[in-house]
Design a protein around this ligand. Structure first.
Ligand SMILES: Cc1cc2nc3c(=O)[nH]c(=O)nc-3n(C[C@H](O)[C@H](O)[C@H](O)COP(=O)(O)OP(=O)(O)OC[C@H]3O[C@@H](n4cnc5c(N)ncnc54)[C@H](O)[C@@H]3O)c2cc1C
Ligand code: SF4
Length: 561
């Protein structure tokens, strides 16, 4: 492979790398996909149907080992006894922060990346989001608008399969949906109460999820087993392992090389283009080099920026493509964890069937029609209504057979509204290479500087108030509001470290995710984001990736790359 000139090199095989691999190979490019982690065999490694009594610690996890080796990753709900193998070893993959500014960097290093463990919530952005920076005079303006990306959302959704309900909202455009999942009766009650009481400004819909509700593109519908973060043997949710990588493989044009840790990108000052990448073999630690006509960085927002910061030359002493000085800056992650929970009385003759891998969604309603006096932008709620089960024992007192029999029956209906808010881009939230620490392959580790600001804190505060406001008219009992104090990073929507923009002086990438400074270098993961909106971002990363691939291949065909 070394010495061979590939048409394209894709770094990373997660959500965006899988898409780049599929699109570039299907368009005829001989493509090398370099993945830092090892291979995953769905037939062996997916463990969603393994019962707690079949695992060593009965589902409680090897706490001593996790505290020693996954002290960051264990903060993520999905890093459980089954799925911890899909999260990185924190000793081999270190990073540093300022002592009083924690950042929780949750990562997966294997073929498939975090597409194996992701929560699959998939929402489109609207022009409310693409115009936000321009309107508020914050950061830089997005170089695209909704109409530029809409056809690519269509394309991505048609391939991956997103179940959802069309609602006709301007701030949350409808997609190409498969049939929606059903709401529980507690959800119906809250939905109707919101519709009756907020003059149409607030509403609730079923979550839009990349989980199949019917057979789609050769993949089976979901059978509602529940623990999707452990894999999906029926390939019913979208992951690169389940969908895009098999499509790329089918073309015969993809070479996938696991255990290939990309160290840096090679820049040629003569041609002012990149010629390939330097790699450290993940197992032998041998230094290698691979050549490609075009390079797509899809290693995730912080990893792609880290690779570029580590790619220095006389022309780019502060990182490749960094003539603007914005590389590594404007780091964002959604602020999460303001909300309310309560009991919904009634419906005691009803319960749920199966474990629906989805919840409800309350789309953004703040700063949509009217400007809010206390903060910019907005938030949406995820959550749902479910019957409490035997685990409510911790909240009750009782003893003996009577108590046990009571717990065998479902408890009252419980409802949670949990907010996810927009994070503003600030150049002072940034990453740099740590001057001393290196990772397990000798590559400089990142030093991350990131804090949530006043606007994010105001959103959290407002979430807890409006969540309670929406539960009250549903007749909810025992409403408990809360405001969590989560460190940035934990929402796992980190983005912004190589932003897109119109002006090369203030942004790293152009409207097609192409480096302003180096025309055959593309970055299509979350690094490219100019602002964060408040919805889960991966669908937008996918649409931008596909759009960038189309653009790159178009330029290649015209002989311009
Ligand atoms: C538990 C959980 C729940 C989530 N829920 C949602 C959700 O509901 N909706 C949503 O939109 N998003 C969700 N996310 C976030 C989502 O997973 C990410 O936005 C998405 O995976 C990003 O795609 P990516 O391709 O940029 O990165 P990844 O999917 O992380 O893939 C990056 C790949 O690059 C590889 N790589 C990294 N560095 C190098 C290197 N130097 N050389 C070679 N390869 C490298 C990695 O090993 C990895 O395989 C969730 C994430 C988690 C963990
Ligand atoms: S709940 Fe559905 S999508 Fe999730 S693992 Fe089970 S079958 Fe797959």
């Amino acid at each position: 492979m070394s010495g061979h000139l590939f048409d394209a090199i894709v770094v990373g095989s997660g959500i965006t790398g899988g898409w780049a691999a599929k699109e570039l190979t299907e368009k005829g490019l001989e493509t090398l996909v370099l993945e830092a982690g090892g291979p995953v065999d769905p037939n062996q490694d997916y463990v969603e149907h393994v019962a707690p009594w079949e695992v060593k610690f009965r589902g409680m996890g090897d706490i001593r080992k996790q505290k020693a080796e996954q002290y960051v990753q264990r903060e993520c709900y999905a890093c459980d006894e089954w799925a911890s193998k899909f999260f990185v070893n924190d000793i081999e993959n270190p990073y540093t922060t300022d002592p009083d500014k924690p950042f929780l960097w949750i990562r997966g290093r294997q073929v498939g990346g975090r597409s194996i463990t992701w929560g699959r919530q998939s929402y489109r952005w609207s022009d409310l989001d693409f115009e936000a920076n321009l309107r508020d005079g914050i950061g830089v303006d997005w170089p695209i608008r909704y109409h530029d990306i809409a056809p690519w959302y269509d394309y991505v959704e048609t391939f991956i399969g997103v179940s959802g309900q069309a609602e006709g909202l301007a701030q949350l455009p409808d997609g190409k949906f498969l049939p929606p999942m059903e709401m529980t009766c507690a959800e119906q009650t809250v939905k109707e109460a919101i519709a009756r009481n907020f003059g149409g400004d607030r509403m609730m819909t079923i979550g839009r999820s990349a989980v199949l509700t019917q057979r789609h593109n050769g993949r089976a519908p979901c059978h509602y087993c529940g623990p999707c973060h452990r894999g999906c043997s029926s390939r019913s949710y979208f992951s690169s392992l389940n969908a895009t990588l098999p499509a790329a493989r089918k073309t015969g044009k993809m070479t996938l090389r696991p255990h290939s840790v990309v160290h840096s990108v090679v820049f040629s000052p003569q041609t002012r283009t990149v010629t390939g990448v330097r790699v450290i073999d993940g197992k032998s630690k041998e230094a290698l080099e691979f050549q490609g006509k075009v390079v797509f960085l899809c290693a995730s927002a912080l990893e792609s920026a880290r690779i570029l910061l580590n790619s220095t030359s006389t022309e780019f002493p502060n990182g490749l493509g960094n003539s603007s000085g914005q590389l590594g800056r404007n780091l964002m992650d959604h602020v999460m964890g303001g909300g309310a929970k309560a009991e919904i009385p009634g419906h005691e003759d009803r319960t749920r069937q199966g474990r629906r891998p989805n919840g409800i969604y309350v789309p953004r309603f703040r700063n949509v029609k009217q400007r809010h006096p206390d903060f910019l932008r907005g938030y949406g709620f995820q959550g749902g209504g479910y019957r409490k089960d035997w685990q409510r024992a911790v909240e009750l007192t009782g003893f003996g057979p009577e108590f046990k029999n009571m717990l065998k029956r479902p408890g009252p209906w419980q409802f949670d509204l949990y907010g996810f808010g927009e994070c503003l881009p600030h150049p002072t939230n940034y990453i740099e290479l740590d001057k001393e620490k290196t990772d397990g392959w000798g590559i400089p580790a990142l030093k991350i500087h990131c804090v949530f600001g006043e606007n994010e804190r105001a959103l959290l505060q407002d979430m807890s108030i409006t969540a309670a406001e929406m539960l009250t008219p549903a007749g909810a009992r025992n409403i408990e509001t809360y405001i969590e104090n989560n460190a940035p990073g934990l929402t796992i929507h980190e983005m912004g470290t190589a932003r897109m923009g119109r002006d090369p002086k203030t942004s790293v990438l152009n409207a097609y995710n192409q480096a302003h400074d180096v025309k055959n270098l593309f970055v299509t993961d979350g690094a490219c984001m100019t602002s964060s909106a408040c919805v889960n971002p991966s669908l937008t990363y996918m649409a931008l990736t596909v759009r960038a691939c189309d653009h790159a291949v178009g330029l290649m065909k015209k002989g311009e790359l």
